[in-house]
Design a protein around this ligand. Structure first.
Ligand code: 8YV
Length: 300
């Protein structure tokens, strides 16, 4: 915000600026965690040329409508890959080894009454990565250090990747005991992890979601955890954030995080800098730094 204020005249939409001010707005900074950016908002911003998203995922933005209006959309790839991968591994180990539950056990003074129950383990498991993009690959690199077999599903087999590829999420889930979702959100991936995939993951299966709440059928997940269809889940993202269903909050076999993937000071600063750089570059040269592929640059 400070960098934006320094470089531009900034109108904060949450302060409900007057229509005359909005009519002059040429650039927008958006956040994955704020509301949807689409036709309704674009109608109020007739001079808008660019939306710079604070986040690598941009399912909060209706890119088809943006493209049709000639609006460029940018995101923040690269600068958060390692941070999100770190978080994914932390969440995986926390879920399997039940670290938050163990911490609560010590704090509650229960240790003197007897040891903490033995936990499930990462040992002997095959980990399936759903979405082997830049972050998925950073997760895979870490998992190699953990000496577990790795497999993946994505729309295409990647020629330069040696891990086994499975043509569907269900086939991947059948072959794995851990499924890590790290693929883009949006209509194309909505509920890609459904009841059938959870069933295929099986009673020892663990689901980790560091992608978007929308990629998992949350109701099916709650049912699968309640009935023992899968063993446990580690979730950084949810439907309808920041609201988390009571059913999930009541469970002992889940670890729940408030969308922390990129949420360190250093990484959020890098994302902010790239977002501002995109806006500055657009207005200085007509070239954004990291445009998303769906919104071709407009001529001139
Ligand atoms: C942030 C994210 O939570 O980059 C993404 O796609 O989900 C996270 O980095 C978000 O972008 C903050 O607005």
């Amino acid at each position: 915000m400070a960098a934006l204020d320094q470089a531009f005249i900034v109108h904060r939409l949450w302060h409900d600026p007057p229509a005359e001010a909005l009519a002059r707005v040429r650039g927008m900074a958006a956040s994955t965690l704020a509301g949807p950016v689409g036709a309704a908002l674009f109608e109020r911003l007739p001079a808008l040329e660019i939306v710079a998203n604070f986040g690598v995922g941009y399912d909060n933005i209706d890119v088809a409508v943006a493209a049709a209006r000639g609006i460029v959309v940018t995101n923040t790839p690269g600068v958060l890959d390692e941070e999100v991968a770190d978080l994914a591994l932390g969440l995986l180990l926390s879920t399997l080894r039940r670290l938050p539950q163990a911490d609560a056990f010590v704090r509650a003074g229960r240790w003197p009454q007897g040891p903490f129950p033995l936990s499930p383990s990462l040992r002997g498991r095959t980990v399936g990565i759903l979405g082997l993009g830049a972050i998925g690959k950073a997760i895979a690199r870490r998992l190699e250090g953990f000496a577990v077999p790795i497999a993946y599903h994505g729309r295409h087999r990647q020629a330069d990747v040696l891990y086994p590829w499975y043509p569907t999420p269900k086939a991947l889930a059948e072959a794995c005991d851990v499924l890590i979702a790290i693929l883009p959100g949006g209509p194309a991936t909505r509920h890609i992890v459904d009841a059938a995939v959870l069933e295929a993951l099986g009673p020892q299966g663990v689901l980790i979601n560091v992608a978007r709440g929308s990629v998992v059928d949350q109701q099916a997940l709650v049912a699968a955890l309640q009935t023992g269809t899968i063993l446990a889940a580690g979730l950084d993202v949810f439907d309808n954030e920041p609201h988390v269903p009571d059913a999930l909050r009541a469970m002992d076999n889940v670890v729940l995080l408030p969308h922390l993937g990129s949420a360190s000071e250093v990484t959020r600063r890098a994302m902010g800098a790239l977002m501002v750089e995109n806006l500055q570059s657009w207005f200085a040269t007509g070239q954004p730094v990291t445009p998303v592929p769906e919104t071709p640059l407009r001529a001139g």
